[in-house]
Each structure stands twice: as structure tokens, then as C-alpha cells.
Design a protein around this ligand. Structure first.
Ligand code: FES
Length: 113
């Protein structure tokens, strides 16, 4: 049902390998990533290490490297990879007819945080 999904605009607002952020009123910012392979992922914009802004990290494959201390975070699971431990919430996302949608309840969940 379309009402469960929040339309946040066209896919071409994010160029491959980049991210944009979406502020959530009273809650955590969300980072939406587009990989070089053309996949889209959304995570809370806060590294599980020391809250670095993941949206400013380098995207490679399905991973973003945090700009602060270079932890690698999976865009799919939000988990830190390798030796590092930690996880950031993933916001379910879908692409439909050239537009990006986020799961409304997951966005609302961030509001309460
Ligand atoms: S805050 Fe992201 S690696 Fe330290």
C-alpha cells in the first residue's frame, strides 16, 4: 500500500556513489545512498563507532567507509565489517517508477528515538 511508504523524490537526485540526507523531525537524520552499481540503501546517518556522518563517507560496493575513522559499514545490514563491532539501524527502502520510497513506520520510529 502506497500509504505505508514515504515518497522522498526521484532517484536521480542522488548520483551513483553518493548520498543525501533526510532530516527527521525530533529524531535521527537518515542517509540515503546510491551505490555505483545502482542500488539504493538507507541508514540512520550515524556511525556505530562515534556517530560520524556516514553520508559523507566513501561508498564502494555495498559498503560505506566512515569519514571519521574509516570503519566499513554494510549498507545492507548497517553492521560494522571486519574487526569492528556495532550496528546502525537500516531503513527499508524501495524504488518504484523512478522514485525512492522509505518505509513510513521505520522513519516514524526514528522520530521517537
Ligand atoms: S565514528 Fe565512524 S569510524 Fe569512528
Amino acid at each position: 500500500m502506497i500509504g505505508n511508504w514515504l515518497d522522498i523524490g526521484p532517484v536521480d537526485q542522488i548520483t551513483p556513489g553518493n548520498a543525501r540526507t533526510l532530516p527527521v523531525m525530533g529524531g535521527e537524520e537518515i542517509a540515503i545512498f546510491r551505490t555505483l552499481g545502482g542500488e539504493f540503501h538507507a541508514l540512520v546517518n550515524k556511525c556505530p563507532h562515534k556517530h560520524g556522518p556516514l553520508s559523507q563517507g566513501i561508498v564502494h560496493g555495498g559498503v560505506v567507509t566512515c569519514p571519521l575513522h574509516n570503519w566499513n559499514i554494510s549498507l545492507k545490514t548497517g553492521e560494522a565489517l571486519g574487526e569492528d563491532k556495532g550496528c546502525v539501524p537500516v531503513i527499508p527502502l524501495k524504488v518504484d517508477a523512478g522514485r525512492i520510497f522509505l518505509l513510513r513506520s521505520a522513519v516514524m520510529g526514528q522520530m521517537a528515538a
